[in-house]
Design a protein around this ligand. Structure first.
Ligand code: NAD
Length: 313
């Protein structure tokens, strides 16, 4: 699908990824977004985008935003806490909003949806995971909700002649990344105490970090280049970075030399996967490569967060 001249509904457009995506899409498309502002910021939504304020668990809100003239839904809204206090409610919420969107799409004949899934669907895999890696064994309710949502999309795509794009994101980093993610968390902790940094886990957790610009480029590339009923792609980098290395990068960028205090075992929190390595061969075969390696993405994000609009709760 050509991403120009379309009417595009972005769910979660006030959030980190959604607001950057809306900024890009408004140049060549009509953009409408729905957000309930449980995260993100109202002033991150570009003026050119229409806003429906409300909760996507409410079918009336979905009806208002998802009108028959929408060409594409980009579905980013979710409760994304990996260590949610109320995991079952999170599972239900993420499923309900996806169900509401798919039901409404079917009712009004909208036939294209792109969905923000996650590397967490793979669980603890012993090697870099291609998209056809099996078994898929998520270890958090968040990951389980993403996998369930992927299944829902597949059913609708195959049953109602629609196109679904499923993006299994690595950790996306950049300006507007909010607390709860490692880079802004380290910045805030070092601002509070420049001499000592608490690191959750043993610091050896290795993950793929994707720069926000690479993330948006890859999403656009996949939507423009593929049109199977279900198009599932990993969006990540070829390299990984350790949490210890991220602590070094953030400290360097802040011109600090703190001592590190490790708390916990080999993982940061319940549901955290110690090693996340995504194969991006399928994406590479489409002619796309990330511009930033994982540690470069972390460094660029650190600089943007230190000089940008501030860090949100
Ligand atoms: P975010 O929390 O910054 O943005 C999500 C937005 O959705 C927020 O503005 C929030 O207010 C809104 N929202 C949540 N529930 C809603 C509801 N019921 N109704 C209306 N609005 C609602 O998250 P993000 O980092 O931009 O992530 C976007 C998507 O990408 C999420 O689905 C997330 O699970 C997925 N993802 C993100 C990452 C990452 O590293 N940021 C990695 C993997 C997957």
């Amino acid at each position: 699908m050509e991403l120009s001249g379309q009417r595009i509904l972005v769910t979660g457009g006030a959030g980190f990824i959604g607001s950057h995506l809306c900024d890009r899409l408004v140049a060549d498309n009509d953009v409408i977004t729905v957000d309930r502002f449980s995260n993100g910021r109202r002033d991150w939504i570009p003026d050119e985008a229409e806003l429906v304020e409300g909760d996507l668990t409410d079918a009336a809100v979905v009806e208002e935003a998802l009108t028959p003239d929408v060409d594409l839904v980009v579905h980013l809204a979710a409760d994304k806490a990996v260590d949610s206090d109320d995991p079952l409610s999170q599972f239900r919420l993420n499923n309900t909003i996806t169900e509401n969107l798919l039901n409404r799409m079917q009712a009004v004949g909208v036939d294209a949806i792109a969905f923000a899934s996650s590397s967490t669907v793979y669980g603890e895999a012993p090697r870099p995971t291609p998209e056809d890696y099996a078994p898929l064994e998520p270890i958090s309710m968040y990951g389980a909700s993403k996998l369930a949502n992927e299944s829902l999309l597949s059913v609708y795509a195959h049953s109602y002649d629609c196109t679904a794009w499923i993006f299994r994101f690595a950790n996306v980093v950049g300006e507007r990344l909010q607390l709860g993610a490692v880079v802004p968390d380290f910045i805030e902790k070092l601002r509070a105490d420049p001499t000592e940094l608490e690191i959750l886990g043993d610091g050896r957790q290795e993950k793929s970090y994707l720069h926000i610009e690479d993330c948006l480029d890859a999403m656009e590339h996949i939507i423009e280049e593929t049109d199977r009923p279900v198009n599932t792609y990993n969006l990540g980098t070829r390299t990984t970075t350790s949490v210890r290395r991220i602590a070094d990068i953030v400290s360097e960028e802040m011109d600090l030399d703190p001592t590190y205090e490790y708390t916990g075992g080999d993982r940061g929190w319940t549901g955290d996967v110690p090693k996340m390595r995504l194969s991006i061969e399928k994406l590479s075969a489409l002619g796309w490569e990330p511009a930033y390696a994982s540690d470069e993405a972390v460094r660029a994000a650190t600089r943007a967060l230190l000089t940008g609009e501030g860090i949100e709760d």
